[in-house]
Design a protein around this ligand. Structure first.
Ligand code: NAD
Length: 496
């Protein structure tokens, strides 16, 4: 059984098929957000250390690229089995370093595994196309080829799933990869790479570099890195997209969110309440697809406000490893302070704090970063909160007289990660699907997370780029198209 690292453990880097101690002079504590205990120390290395990983990936690329697709996916089949075997270990580690509940942690790893399964289809998915006789005797074919060295930079909120939106596709397509996980949750990828090592994947094909901004900037500036996959907050996504672009790299940058759900009066209110409560407060509101604002239409205003308030008040908050706990802490003390201060902003701007989750007392976990579910009613459109991603267990309620007015709230949002509608009307649902200005749309769904064989979409300030993570988009992103136009004169064939 693998357990989280003891307090003094320095988290190593995995470069060129070897675990190595970082030579970094800066280190950061990795803290359990529920208990405050130190789980390990993560290095914040300098550019030279990161460049070693890039050099290793560059050296491994020519041979890996020549490895047949069918052989490149064999380590992924092994990895799938190992991830399944270690699901409980992942669950515990994710809960310890991120704070989400054990059930949420294991569910995220299921999504990671699903991406490995889909990437095993690369021999089919990576195929190009062709046409004979584009002119007499001339044939044309399109071939997809890997890019070379690529890098993935990932956030704290899904330490297991998000690196797997990229890793299996990048390497199955024939690229070599550097993963730079969030410095706040480095232990999950440490276990994932221990398992990758057991698959027999050639050295240098996958590399794990822990670090912060210097590590990211090195990946962005190094000429050998061809593509950057990023998931995180919008300001950093914009920065990475711009800097990668300026350096001639392709980039896919998924950013922050502020997700709206519209509740129509004809919705099944019991179902809507349960699903929206899970979306808003699950993972302590730290999902990029968490519903953050519920727009109630007509009579739904009172019924939904009453039912969601009751649901929020009844959620059991605590250490995600404890039996029966439904919601864990937020990631850091700073995050708790920020979320609580934003609740204050909402109240100051005129919202009613119907359920106030600030500064709760959680028995046995006084040092944890807990904020309980909070419901703000009537956040005015002029409030700073309206367009601010809170990233905590806070649901704002606003009211609209009809669907037109409700849709205007969505249209005004700078974000477009997810939009949901709860209704029993097919025509309202169809209109919503057609008009919703977001990349992931849910109809009677609270967390519209695309399966691995669909792109994890996102629009507006929630995504910068063209190709998203997962599925066919990932194959497009990690390959370059080559078109060959071919003519062979008849007389050549007559010789044989
Ligand atoms: P973050 O932007 O702080 O960090 C993400 C990554 O960027 C980390 O690896 C971090 O080390 C690096 N980083 C941070 N600041 C940097 C800087 N100035 N320069 C270079 N690199 C930097 O995000 P987070 O707090 O870890 O994650 C939460 C955010 O991620 C939320 O905004 C959430 O909505 C978003 N998110 C989006 C999606 C999506 O699919 N759109 C999915 C998950 C999370």
């Amino acid at each position: 059984m693998t357990v989280a690292a003891p307090p003094t453990t320095k988290i190593p880097q995995y470069i060129n098929g070897q675990w190595m101690d970082s030579q970094a002079s800066d280190w950061q504590d990795v803290l359990n957000p529920a208990t405050g205990e130190i789980l390990g120390r993560v290095p914040l290395p300098d550019a030279a250390e990161v460049a070693r990983a890039i050099d290793a990936a560059s050296a491994a690329y020519p041979e890996w690229r020549r490895t047949p697709a069918e052989d490149r996916i064999q380590p992924l089949f092994k990895l799938k089995m190992l991830l399944e075997e270690h699901l409980d270990d992942f669950g515990r580690i994710i809960t310890q370093e991120n704070g989400k509940t054990l059930a949420e942690a294991k569910a995220e790893m299921r999504r990671a595994i699903e991406n490995v399964e889909v990437a095993c289809g690369i021999p089919m998915m990576m195929q190009g196309y062709n046409l004979e006789d584009v002119a007499r005797g001339i044939d044309e074919i399109m071939i997809r080829q890997p890019l070379g060295v690529v890098a993935a930079i990932t956030p704290f909120n899904f330490p297991g799933m998000i690196p797997f939106w990229f890793l299996p596709y990048a390497i199955a397509c024939g690229n070599t990869l550097i993963v730079k996980p969030s410095e706040r949750v480095p232990l999950t990828m440490k276990l994932a790479f221990e398992l990758l090592e057991k698959t027999g994947i050639p050295k240098g094909v996958v590399n794990l570099v822990n670090g912060g901004k210097v590590a990211v900037d090195t990946l962005l500036d190094h000429p050998a890195v061809r593509a950057i996959s990023f998931v995180g907050s919008t300001p950093v996504a914009k920065y990475i997209y711009a800097r990668a672009g300026a350096n001639g790299k392709r980039a896919q940058c998924q950013g922050g969110a502020k997700n709206y759900v519209i509740v129509l009066p004809d919705a099944d209110m019991q179902m809507a309440t349960q699903i929206i409560s899970d979306s808003a407060f699950g993972c302590a509101g730290q999902r990029c697809l968490a519903v953050s604002v519920a727009v109630t239409v007509g009579d739904a205003q009172k019924t939904f406000r009453d039912s969601i308030t009751e649901a929020a008040a009844n959620l059991r908050v605590g250490n995600g490893l404890d039996e029966g706990v439904q919601m864990g802490p937020v990631i850091t003390r700073q995050s708790k302070d920020r979320v609580q201060s934003l609740i204050g902003v909402g109240a100051k701007d005129g919202a009613k704090v119907v359920i106030d989750g600030r500064n709760p007392k959680i028995a046995k976990y006084e040092s944890g970063n807990f904020v309980k579910p909070t419901v703000l009613d009537g956040v005015p459109a002029s409030s700073e909160l309206t367009h601010t991603e809170i990233f905590g267990p806070v649901l704002s309620l606003v009211h609209a007289n009809d669907l037109d007015e409700a849709m205007n709230f969505l249209a005004a949002s700078p974000f477009g990660n997810q939009a949901s509608l709860f209704t029993s009307s097919g025509s309202a649902a169809r209109r919503f699907r057609y008009e919703a200005p977001a990349g992931n749309v849910g109809i009677n769904i609270g967390v519209a997370a695309p399966m691995a064989y669909f792109p994890f979409s996102g629009w507006k300030d929630s995504f910068f780029g063209i190709m998203h993570g997962q599925g066919r988009d990932a194959v497009e992103f990690y390959t370059e198209k080559k078109v060959v136009v071919e003519r062979w004169a008849k007389e050549h064939s007559r010789k044989f």
